[in-house]
Write a protein of this length. Structure first.
Length: 178
């Protein structure tokens, strides 16, 4: 009886091993890989209530940048984009935005899908001294884990409180999907 049980177990293991190796590799479900800059297009969300309120100075406002998967494959984005604001004034220079403390999530983008992320901004009054203002002209946006960037013209006007050296500036970026 013991020998029959061992024989049945050996036959079962052998059959299971044969069945597992008989499945073609093409039948396995491939997980999408991350999106590369070449897979994406990017821009500012400008419609409806997506535009930041740059003419007020009472509270922070938000601008939104989107990524759309223009490739024929499904890919993922996770983490934070890199964002450098290039100023219009000679005193502005380039300001690399810091990240918020929000948690990141993996976002799957099928062909044609779009995801955005927000940038919190601290607008200032026109009467604020020039050295305390940053006048955005362009945003250089790098998708997460990439080195190639998009250069987007700032379409909203206004000025931002210059805090490029602050430990906790009121202008910062949020993760993809936030």
């Amino acid at each position: 009886m013991k020998n029959k049980l061992i024989a049945v177990l050996i036959a079962t293991v052998a059959a299971a091993g044969t069945a597992a190796t008989a499945i073609p590799a093409s039948a396995a479900t491939a997980q999408p890989t991350r999106c590369h800059t070449a897979d994406l297009k990017a821009g500012f969300a400008t419609g409806g209530d997506a535009a930041p309120e740059m003419n007020q100075t009472r509270h922070q406002t938000q601008a939104f940048i989107w990524f759309t998967n223009k490739s024929n494959r499904t890919c993922t984005l996770s983490g934070f984009a890199g964002v450098d604001m290039v100023g219009a004034q000679s005193t502005d220079g380039t300001w690399s935005l810091v990240r918020s403390a929000k948690r990141t999530h993996k976002i799957t983008l099928h062909k044609g899908d779009t995801v955005d992320f927000s940038i919190n901004l601290a607008p200032v009054a026109k009467s604020t001294p020039k050295k305390q203002k940053f006048v955005p002209a362009k945003f250089v946006v790098t998708p997460p884990n990439e080195t190639k960037s998009f250069t987007l013209k700032w379409p909203f006007g206004g000025q931002i409180l210059k805090q490029d050296a602050a430990t906790h500036p009121a202008t910062y970026l949020n993760p993809i999907g936030e």
